[in-house]
Structure formats: structure tokens, C-alpha cells
Design a protein around this ligand. Sequence first.
Ligand code: ARG
Length: 436
Amino acid sequence: MKTYLWQEEGDAIDRSISEFTAGEDVILDRQLFVFDIRATAAHVRGLQRIGIVSEDECTTLCGWLERLESEFEAGDFVLDERFEDGHSAIEIYLTEKAGPAGARVHTGRSRNDQVSVATRLYLKDRLAQLAALCGRIAEACLGRAEAEPDLPMPGYTHLQRAVPSSSGLWMAAFAEAFTDNLSLATAMASVIDCSPLGTAAGYGVNLPLDREGVAADLGFARLQVNPMYAQNSRGKFELMALQAAWHSMQDVRRLAWDLSLFTTSEFGFVRLPREYITGSSIMPNKFNPDVVELLRGRAATPEAAITEIQSILSLPSGYQRDLQLTKAPLIRGMESSLQALSIVPALIEGMEFQADRMRSAISPDMFATDIALEQTAAGVPFREAYLEAKRKLDEMDAPDVEASLAQRVSPGGCADLGLKLIRQRLAQAKSRQGDI
Ligand code: ARG
């Protein structure tokens, strides 16, 4: 039977109702539990500074909280349906272990700011992981671009052969994308980096809580000042984190799409590392890029989470229990994205370019734009040169592709990939990462 903090002697608790209100939620709280415990310790230290909890009580409570964290990590304390939520579990544990001192722990806070602070710490942690993964993916792409800057490869628009391009240009595109994604994760984290603890139910309390001290203790950059906004930003901050994750997953989706095309027999530009390929149960001849396809499909998870949370956030000001329903999509969206992103660096490092196949897919007509542009350097108006090149499309000989790539000197183009610039930007983005 569940234990409720607010339950009075004789209160009847209906099992199906409690299953409905708290069933999955307490299990999801396992992801937030460690953060909830740490925030509780900071709150206790804050209460001690304003004389609500004695020094001895503070030491005892913080000692038990540390113990609870290690018991939980070791699997000796199980957070499950016995509790309404993780918050109740902490208070029940402390009261059981420390008696009256434990009964003081909830002074000046509500589960509303408690869940908010634990979620905030979770978001900061996961955004730091997201930023680190983006950095690793950008590094991997940049490393490939630096190692093989100029293997000729067709450039496509509308999935039709367009102009000659290179392996370096393809990889540098993702290096720059993930540099931006790293910056986005850091930027979102800096908005989220404010402490809601001590705002209680959403209206403050009649105690001089040391909110600043507690925020600093927990490593927050600043206070979230307004108590009502602390509640109104629940869901909003979750969306910011998911959006940062989604942008990374969207770039993974594009990379996975490219790879699923480039690994077909028709293209044959890339071979995947062996661990990223599976076989077929019926067709002995098959090698399937399942991992790449699942990476592509995984972008749906943060996207669906964003939609679900947006649908929940049609609410008036203040805490509403609907907000609890933001927890499942948040956790699913973040964990799924981080897991997917974590297998991308080795994929990029381990894939092999099939230089001959890439080169032989560059047909003579793909040099038409070059030929037209060469004429413009000699003073011919572009439109005239374009029409002339178009007329000669069928008689075109394939020029030397390396020479053609070497002439693509526009900044960012094949002859001037700007890898140093991207590396510099990546270093800058990484240096801001430490601020999370
Ligand atoms: N499980 C709840 C949530 O996630 C905790 C806060 C409960 N607050 C309340 N007033 N019932 O929102």
C-alpha cells in the first residue's frame, strides 16, 4: 500500500486512482532521484543557515541523504510504487532514519519547486552530455575531412547529379552542423541554469529562505526570481532541452539518410564498419544498414516528445498536475537522443570511402557549371555562357576532376574547405561548454 505524505488517519486511498495519478510517475522519478536528493541536502543547509535546522540536525540529515544516494545507486534502496513519488520517498526515508529532524526537511518548500529543481539539474546534466557528444561528433567529422579532404564525390541537388564535390566538403558540412549544435546545447543550458528552489508552491513563503545560497550550493548560475514563473517555466525549459536534442538528431537523420543511400549497391560510395551492419534471417546475401536506419528513425522520439509537451502546455499560471505529464516525454526524448548520438562518432571514424565508385559517379555533364563560369572570367555574361554550355552538354569531355576541384576556391568550396575556421569555431564552442 502506498504511503502518502498528505494522508490522514482513515483516509481511503483507491488503488485504481493512485495507479492513475502516480503509477508511472514514481518510476520516472528514478531518473530525477539523485538530483532530488542533492537539492534536498542544499535545502537543508539553507534551512540551517536561517536557524530552522540545527547544525547537528543538518549534519545528520545530509549524512543520511548521502547514504540514501549510495543505497539508491547500489540498488539497495528501490524507488517504486510503495511511494507516491521520489519526493515523498526522500522525506519518508529521512523521517524514518532521523526522526524529528527528518520531519523538518520540507520546511519552506513544496513538491512543486522540488520537482522543478530536480528536473532543472537533470536538464543541465543531460545538456552537458549533449554538448559533449556534439563536440565528439564534430571532431570525428572534422578528423575525416582533414584526413581525406579531396576524394572526388558527386554533389547532388534534388538527388540528381549536380556538380563535382568531395568527401571533405561532405564531412565538413556535418562538422560545422555539430559545432552549431554544441553551441545550441550550451545556449539552452544557460537559459535553464537558474534555481527555482525556495519558490515553494509558486508564491514564496513567510520565511527568509537563503535562496541565493542554495542556488550557489547547487551550482546554478542565478536565481529564478519570480515564484510563479518558476512553475510557469516547467515544460518550457523541457522543450528547450528537447529542441537542442532534436536539432542534433535532425542532423543525424540527414547523415543517416546519406549513408543509407551511399551504402546501396547502386551508389556504393561508403562501407560501414562491420559492427554497424546486420544480416537477414532469410536472405543469405543480405547485409543491412539497420543501425543507420534506426539512427534515422530515432529523430522521431524527441520530435514526438516536443509535440506531446506542447500539447500539455495549454495551461493557466501556477502549478497544475498536468505538468507531471511532461516528465515521460522529456526523459524518453532526452535519453533516446543521447543514446543514439553516442554511437555516431565511431560510425564516422570507422566508415570507409570507396573512392573509385565516388569518382566514377561524376559524369562529364557535371562540369557544365564550371565551363560556364570559366567563360565569365573571360568577360562573357553569365547567362550567355550558361546557354552555350547547355548547348554543348552532350559533347562534353570529362575534365580532370582533381584539377576541377582544385579550382573551386570560393570560401568553403572544395579547394578551400575552411577546416581551420571550423576547427577554431569548434574550440570556441567547446570553451563555452564549461559554463553549463
Ligand atoms: N509528481 C508531481 C509532478 O511531477 C510532483 C509535484 C506534486 N505536486 C502537487 N501539488 N501535487 O508534478
